[in-house]
Design a protein. Structure first.
Length: 143
C-alpha cells in the first residue's frame, strides 16, 4: 500500500482456521493491514489491523511509494463496476505477470461515502493493464 524510509504498509486477505477445544473450527476470512518498521538489520511488526468498513484509512503521509504511475493504477481501480457500486476503502498494488500489468487488492465497502463498521466489505483482486497513457481493468474477481 505504501512505503517510506524505514516503514512499509501492506494489505492482505487472511484466510485462517481457528480451533478451540470441544468446538467446531471457525473459518475466518479477514482483510488485514500490517505495518512493519525497520529496526537494526531487520523489520519489526508495528501494527496489525483487521479491517472493517469504518476502519481508519492507512496513514500514507511521507510515503515515497506509491509514486505517480502507481497512483494512476490505483485510480483506475475505482472504474471497475464492482468497486464503483461501493466505496474503495483500501488499495494495495503489486507487479503483475508482465511489465504492462499490475495486480490490485481492493477492500470495497458496501456503502457510499460515510461507511461504518456495520457495512459489509468485500475483497476484490483486479488485474490492471496499460492502456495508452493510463490503466484499464482487464479482470476483476471477488475473493
Amino acid at each position: 500500500m505504501s512505503a517510506a524510509d524505514g516503514k512499509v504498509t501492506v494489505l492482505s486477505y487472511v484466510r485462517r482456521t481457528v480451533r478451540a477445544e470441544n468446538a467446531d473450527p471457525s473459518r475466518l476470512q479477514d482483510p488485514m493491514r500490517a505495518t512493519v518498521v525497520k529496526q537494526g538489520g531487520g523489520w519489526l511488526l508495528d501494527s496489525l489491523y483487521s479491517l472493517k468498513a469504518g476502519s481508519p484509512r492507512a496513514d500514507m503521509s511521507g510515503a515515497t511509494w506509491p509514486g505517480t504511475q502507481a497512483r494512476g493504477a490505483a485510480g483506475a481501480v475505482s472504474g471497475d463496476p464492482a468497486v464503483a457500486r461501493g466505496t474503495p476503502l483500501e488499495v494495495g498494488l503489486r507487479a503483475g505477470g508482465t511489465e504492462q500489468q499490475v495486480t490490485a487488492l481492493v477492500l470495497v465497502g458496501a456503502c457510499k461515502g460515510g461507511c461504518t463498521d456495520g457495512d459489509a466489505v468485500e475483497m476484490r483482486r483486479l488485474l490492471l493493464e496499460r492502456a495508452g497513457g493510463g490503466w484499464k481493468v482487464a479482470k476483476s474477481e471477488a475473493l
